[in-house]
Ligand binder design. Structure first.
Ligand code: FRU
Length: 510
């Protein structure tokens, strides 16, 4: 353990006035003028998303000062990544998000090149944000505070380059995740080790201002040219979960098929040495578009809820011509059982169900449409009895020559999410094998698999086996058709339930 350092804020506002105090005001005005002007095409209706411009990671997801808050990486002025601001929404139910003015703009000498990802914590009636301040090639962790939950005052760098162990570099030192245990604050930060590999470091503080280095939480030699971005942390009884987004992780069979991966490690974080003792490792979402997942500190009712960026780096973005890129996944409640985390959309989503259609049982031999089951803002759940079929599942967003299928391949014991016929081409980096087909390994106990899908205009989140596996993908199609199908033999769908999800002013507008 390193010795505790006498720490003062090294960049507090009094010594370091904003370089351009109107950057935040400029962003707010720009957003207000343009809100509602992004074209509706492909825009989601019940997912948190920016009114205009580019967004990536969820940041500062928490319950504080009587509301749920989620912030996000935001470049309002373009549909490409740029100098990072923090967008901000609040909600009373985790589903209807109200847009607030941006919380942070890169307006200080120490964050002039961007306010990168970070997390939030309520303390003594104030909402604190811990974020990565980027300037002149250096990444350091800075603190901001709000008393009203809307306007933030920057307090300066609190974990700086001097707080790095000698074998890590401030060029890649980012995404602080703050949490509280036993009356102390802890913070996990991603960084690059001198050997080129990613690592996650642990810091400790009594007051969120003075931090000392505890030790290295994680490093396993697998990120090669990248780092572990966006750590997050949650405990489920005696089991801890460390979430990380490893860049350029090599795929492992059907796991980690995306160019950048998402995973959680289960085990125990030793708060005195900093070391995370892993007992198992899991991909958090086996779909196409899921990155930088962040858990909120336990909600007032004890739930652990996670949101992620519903996109992926290094691909083309078909919504860019319409003035926006990026959205967050549905908030997902996590429960620990059978040695892994199960995910379910927060139950508040059920308040927004309308137009129920139910069907007890129907045989599928070839394709089957059920009256009333169609649409693109839909929750659809069913049990799939695979019968004698080789493959069986559902096609969504079908029509006009395009379709996307999610099906079980019995021989391979895999669920396949195939968007290769969605009608829109997504270009991807040469090192990503494809961005058309993803797989999730899951056993259909008793030859039956449970599926629950959430479609939202251009997104599809698939919860399999009660949330044991999840696959998330964006689907850019014109069709709204839904049909069940089987190949190589008959299957049966049971307990089919379909709802339209209708959230008034779902995607935030000013
Ligand atoms: C992850 C990430 C973070 C960084 C942020 C910048 O998607 O690369 O590591 O803080 O995005 O926008």
């Amino acid at each position: 353990m390193q010795k505790k350092r006498a720490c003062t804020l090294r960049a507090d506002q009094s010594h370091n006035p904003p370089i351009s105090s109107d950057l935040l005001h400029r962003a707010e005005t720009y957003i207000a003028e343009r809100a509602g002007m992004a074209e509706e095409k492909y825009r989601h209706t019940y997912h948190a998303m920016a009114p205009v411009g580019w967004m990536n990671d969820p940041n500062g997801f928490c319950y504080a000062l009587g509301k749920y808050h989620v912030f996000h990486q935001f470049h309002p002025y373009a549909t490409s990544w740029g100098p990072m601001h923090w967008g901000h929404y609040v909600s009373d139910d985790l589903i209807r998000w109200e847009l607030l003015p941006p919380a942070l703009a890169p307006d200080m000498p120490y964050d002039k090149d961007g306010c990168f990802s970070g997390s939030a914590m309520e303390k003594d009636g104030a909402l604190y944000l811990l974020y990565t301040a980027v300037a002149d090639g250096k990444q350091q962790q800075a603190l901001a505070r709000s008393l009203d939950g809307v306007r933030f005052e920057k307090l300066g760098i609190v974990i700086g380059e001097d707080d790095l162990p000698r074998d890590c570099s401030a060029a890649d030192f980012r995404d602080p995740y703050v949490f509280c245990r036993g009356g102390k604050y802890y913070c996990l930060v991603g960084c690059k080790h001198a050997d080129g590999d990613g690592a996650v470091l642990l810091y400790r503080s009594d007051d969120l201002v003075r931090w000392s280095y505890v030790g290295r939480a994680w490093k396993d030699g697998r990120t090669h040219s990248g780092i572990y971005e966006c750590p997050a942390f949650a405990s489920f009884g005696d089991t801890d979960a460390l979430f990380v987004s490893p860049q350029f992780l090599e795929s492992d069979g059907v796991q980690y098929e995306n160019i950048h991966a998402n995973m959680y490690l289960l085990g125990r974080l030793d708060l005195s040495t900093g070391e995370f003792h892993r007992t198992s490792e899991h991909e958090a979402d086996g779909g196409f578009d899921f990155y930088a997942a962040q858990t909120a500190p336990p909600l007032p009712d004890g739930r652990i809820v996670m949101m992620a960026w519903m996109q992926m780096w290094d691909r083309s973005f078909p919504t860019a011509p319409y003035g926006w890129v990026g959205a967050l996944t549905l908030p997902r409640e996590l429960t620990f059982r059978e040695g892994k985390l199960f995910q379910a959309p927060v139950r508040e989503i059920e308040r927004y169900r309308t137009d129920a259609v139910r069907c007890e049982e129907a045989e599928v031999d070839g394709t089957l449409r059920i009256d009333g089951i169609e649409g693109d803002t839909v929750e659809l759940s069913f049990e799939l009895d695979l019968g004698a079929s080789a493959r069986a599942g559902v096609k969504v967003f079908s029509g006009g020559g395009s379709e996307t299928s999610i099906y079980y391949d019995r021989a391979k014991e895999l669920v396949v999410f195939d968007r290769s016929r969605m009608g829109t081409l997504i270009k991807t980096a040469p090192c990503e094998h494809d961005s058309d087909v993803r797989h999730a390994r899951i056993r259909a106990e008793g030859n039956v698999l449970q599926m629950r899908l959430f479609l939202d205009v251009s997104s599809c989140e698939v919860f399999l086996g009660g949330g044991e596996q999840v696959m998330t993908g964006n689907v850019y199609s014109e069709g709204k058709g839904i049909e069940f199908f089987s190949e190589g033999g008959r299957a049966t769908v049971r307990r089919v339930e379909k709802y339209t999800i209708s959230v008034p002013h779902g995607s935030p507008k000013l």
